[in-house]
Design a protein around this ligand. Structure first.
Ligand SMILES: Cc1cc2nc3c(=O)[nH]c(=O)nc-3n(C[C@H](O)[C@H](O)[C@H](O)COP(=O)(O)O)c2cc1C
Length: 343
């Protein structure tokens, strides 16, 4: 794992994101900037599960030259071992286990973040998976289910497993995606884990990324929503350590990014329906349009047809004005990142 991490800066990692971290987004991102590795959105694993063909494309058609980890979610040990074996037939760098998904339907089944409620069972599951996975095995966790105080006990479990990497989304499951991240907990993990620790949550630009790294000493930084909003972020972060020029994208650059995403998602759609595709785009464009003017956000939310969608995008984005570096911190989409800056 350590050989994936550059010697002069933390590793930069694209977060797994359901409905986002799939082949079309990865292709579009790759034209703008690349992480050192990325993690697929999760493969659902249960006794009847088969590997989702659509998700597999991020692995089988990965032309980025960057390694990809396949993430699994589930709570049934024999099924997880089977799925890990099936995934190993594909060109993956390793297997990642999701211990963070807060969706109630997932947690009720004691999968994702729900597994954090039962440390004994978690330990059993991780130990067995570690023994069954000959390649790299990493975990993406939260700080606990209800309280960040649960983290020390979880950390003790993680320490004994022989993981190849530990990514920490430094919130509890109950906190969802809102508010500040607990950098002290990540720092605690960096101090005791033998494997590389990747810090995650609220990195939206170079300043927040550098601050998270300075506060934790993490071996890697994982970016999720910030990379949807700003697909140049990995190059910007790398340049911050490497001393290269900072690329400041313009609104028109963003328009071309949206055009690329529209085309790639359309090309990968099983059945393309123009108005349905606009709805599909709106789910992702919400992260991109946020903070670019209330009119833009409002109009995008209401539009229905491709003609309307493009008229709105062009009216608001077809100019050379520089994009704001950070999103506003006043919504459910991005919140709490100024705490990383001491704010
Ligand atoms: C739309 C969306 C989908 C997500 N899907 C997954 C997933 O499949 N697996 C996972 O481990 N985390 C998932 N996450 C959580 C992210 O990987 C990440 O931990 C979280 O968004 C915090 O990082 P960020 O502030 O950089 O976005 C998802 C987050 C979002 C916003």
């Amino acid at each position: 794992m350590r050989e994936l991490i550059p010697s002069h800066r933390p590793a930069l990692v694209l977060a797994p994101m359901q409905d986002v971290t799939q082949l079309p987004f990865i292709k579009v991102l790759a034209k703008r900037s690349l992480p050192d590795w990325f993690v697929t959105e999760y493969f659902r694993v249960h006794p009847d599960s088969k590997l989702n063909k659509h998700l597999l494309r991020a692995i089988t058609e990965n032309e980025t030259n960057r390694p990809v980890f396949a993430q699994m979610i589930g709570d049934d040990l024999p099924s997880l071992i089977r799925a890990a074996g099936e995934l190993a037939d594909y060109p993956i760098e390793g297997i990642d286990l999701n211990l963070g998904c807060p969706a109630p339907i997932v947690c009720r089944k004691n999968a994702g973040g729900g597994l954090l409620r039962d440390p004994e069972r978690l330990k059993h599951l991780l130990t067995a998976l570690r023994a069954a996975i000959p390649g790299r095995f990493t975990v993406k966790t939260r700080l606990g289910f209800a309280e960040s105080g649960e983290f020390s006990a979880l950390l003790e479990i993680f320490q004994g497993i022989g993981l190849d990497g530990l990514t920490i989304h430094a919130r509890t499951v109950k906190q969802g995606y809102q508010g500040a991240v607990a950098t002290d907990r990540v720092r605690e993990a960096v101090g005791v884990m033998d494997c590389p620790v990747v810090a995650n949550g609220n990195i939206v630009d170079v300043t927040t990324g550098r601050a998270y790294h300075a506060l934790t000493g993490a071996a890697g930084l994982m970016v999720g929503r910030g990379a949807i909003r700003n697909p140049w972020v990995f190059a910007q972060l790398a340049a911050a350590w490497e001393g290269g020029p900072q690329n400041i994208p313009t609104h028109r650059n963003l328009l071309v990014y949206i055009e690329d995403l529209y085309a790639e998602l359309a090309a990968s759609a099983e059945r393309f329906c123009p108005n349905g595709h606009v709805q599909r785009m709106k789910r992702t464009v919400g992260y991109i349009s946020h903070g670019l003017g209330v009119d833009f956000e409002y109009e995008i939310r209401r539009c229905r047809t491709p003609d309307e969608f493009w008229a709105i995008c062009r009216a608001h984005l077809d100019h050379d004005g520089p994009l704001p570096v950070r999103p506003p911190e006043d919504s459910g989409l991005f919140s709490g990142f100024t705490a990383l800056l001491g704010g």
